[in-house]
Design a protein around this ligand. Structure first.
Ligand code: FAD
Ligand code: SF4
Length: 508
């Protein structure tokens, strides 16, 4: 009897477990562009276009490989509008009684398949270094889950950057070499972009018509939409940007969007590239002498360490993770997150870049928009929805632990042992934003004081009970306590006035 083989929009990999379990002579691959997936949050149009264009090309590739593919386009008149609806429709069409699927990345779809009125065989997603069980076994009995220790285990398991049982270069971590302030000039022109062909243009027109009102610029569109293109983008990164990746990993610069980052996360997350081939390519560059150890280790740690770690957390913590709100934050997301004008140059740069490119690098997400959201006490569910919507690489399994956990501390300390908060001084050190800002980063109170300076102390003061006893935060509280009463009162008053403006919807 024919079986259906479900391939989702972020499962565009030849070695997908569901495809491996299937038989091209007997089974039918089901792929569907459904409105449910395009609208459960208002995804950036570039992200929708990337997924749809890559799905269409992957379907054609599977057909060329000998698979029968039942592909539903968004505007097909029989489109059932949801993944389960499409499976039911195709089951009837092909007389199929069973579905082979690779376990989806997010709880929402896992649940939908689990309760579908069909026999669905869920195969583990093996496109990761660690299985769900590997992570659960490692986490078992640990009081605190720290990425660094999990990463070391993964280094040993994979042998990446290892000489026998020791790390290459004698250290596990070269982070202290990777925090350089922005350089005078970026020598790298950025990632490789691809001219959209007819098929991509057709998708762009469709996305414009159906999702044109979503936040974000659809054009120009240059993402890779096939594995071959994504591999070329990887080669370009390894050759031109990896050597400098480590040095300026945390730097931010006005009108410089890419620095030496890879912009490979969209391709990794939809399956056009595998994490193991990306890490292997970086490691090979080190062994050839083309990239220094701090760059290669820093890059591999992001994928072998952070990417695997956050997936493990997402699966371990369960379905309620995205609704956590340990700090009880409830402020609505202000319009500046959707592009309303602001005098805060750092925020305006990151939001404008997000709107145009569906991309911001890690420190922009963590220490500008994320830091602001946390200091201002924005509702983490709204913040999560924003990050999930606006980035081309945003899929809940990776986005939620980064947002709810690392950035907003809404999980109460599962991902990070302390909140990632800073005053304007950090942004000033790691960027050149402040020199073009209407606010003054060195000013602590009064007209023109950098809002990060006010909100930083407001945050620490209002959450004193929770954070004072964390050893690495003690210094902050000692500094606060050393200020005289008047100064502390002025900071809190100015911060309250700033937050009141934010609540009133005034431009800040
Ligand atoms: P590079 O700087 O070149 O890093 C190389 C690769 O490492 C990335 O492609 C990515 O696959 C991986 N990586 C780096 N940091 C992380 C991390 N913290 N977690 C997981 N993988 C990581 N990443 C996503 O892929 N999707 C998301 O939706 C997402 N949301 C985020 C939300 C917040 C609030 C924060 C702080 C971070 C988020 N990240 C997310 C992590 C990180 O910002 C992006 O992976 C990175 O910016 C992607 O750009 P790049 O490919 O140029 O990365
Ligand atoms: Fe951002 Fe403050 Fe610097 Fe302005 S002064 S760019 S608001 S950190």
């Amino acid at each position: 009897m024919t079986r259906l083989v479900l391939v989702l929009g972020d499962q565009l990999s030849d070695d997908l477990s569901a495809l491996r379990a299937a038989d091209p002579a007997r089974d039918v691959v089901v792929m569907a562009e459904v409105s449910d997936e395009g609208t459960y949050v208002s995804h950036h149009p570039k992200k929708i276009a990337l997924v749809l264009a890559a799905m269409r090309k992957f379907a054609a590739h599977l057909e060329a490989e000998g698979w029968r593919v039942a592909y539903t386009r968004l505007d097909d008149k029989d489109n059932a509008g949801s993944i389960v609806g499409e499976l039911l429709r195709r089951a009837e069409e092909f007389g199929a009684g069973e579905v082979l699927a690779t376990t989806p990345g997010e709880w929402r779809l896992i649940r939908a398949l689990k309760y579908a009125p069909l026999k669905v065989h869920l195969h583990a997603d093996e496109r990761f270094f660690a299985t769900r069980k590997d992570f659960a076994d490692w986490a078992e009995g640990r009081k605190q889950l720290r990425m660094e220790y999990f990463y070391r285990l993964m280094r040993k398991k994979t042998g990446l950057l290892m000489e026998g049982t020791s790390p290459v270069g004698g250290q596990w971590n070269f982070d202290q070499d990777n925090r350089k302030a922005p350089p005078k000039k970026i020598e790298h022109e950025g990632p490789l972009w691809f001219e959209p062909g007819d098929e991509v243009v057709e998708v762009l027109d469709l996305v414009e018509e159906r999702f044109g009102t979503h936040f974000g610029d659809l054009r120009p569109f240059g993402f890779a939409t096939t594995r071959a293109e994504a591999l070329t983008a990887l080669e370009h990164f390894i050759e031109h940007a990896l050597p400098q990746f480590g040095d300026f990993q945390d730097a931010m610069m006005t009108d410089e969007r890419w620095l030496y980052h890879s912009i490979l996360s969209p391709y990794l997350n939809i399956g056009l590239l595998s994490p193991s081939e990306v890490c292997a390519a970086a490691e090979a560059a080190y062994h050839r002498g083309d990239a220094p150890v701090n760059a290669v280790e820093g890059f591999i740690r992001q994928i072998l360490g952070w990417r695997e770690f956050v997936r493990g957390i997402y699966l371990l913590e369960g379905e309620d993770y995205t609704s956590r709100n340990a700090l009880g934050h409830a402020r609505r997301l202000p319009p500046l997150f959707w592009g309303a004008s602001t005098d805060m140059h750092c925020l305006s740069q990151v939001v404008a870049q997000t709107k145009e490119e569906a991309y911001a690098h890690h420190i922009q997400r963590l220490m500008v928009t994320g830091n602001f959201a946390l200091l201002a006490g924005l509702d983490p569910a709204e913040v999560h929805e924003w990050y999930l919507a606006v980035y081309a690489d945003a899929f809940e399994w990776v986005e939620a632990p980064n947002t709810i956990g690392m950035s907003q501390f809404a999980d109460g300390g599962v991902v990070g042992s302390k909140p990632y908060v800073s005053s304007g001084a950090y942004i000033d050190r790691m960027s050149n934003y402040c020199s073009s800002c209407a606010y003054k980063v060195k000013q602590k109170t009064g007209e023109g004081a950098c809002p990060f300076n006010l909100l930083y102390w407001h945050f620490l003061d209002r959450h004193r009970d929770r954070f004072e006893s964390i050893p690495r935060m003690g210094n902050m509280y000692r500094t606060w306590d050393r200020m005289d009463d008047d100064k502390r009162a002025t900071i809190i008053k100015d911060a309250d006035a700033f937050l009141a403006k934010l609540d009133a919807g005034d431009s800040v």
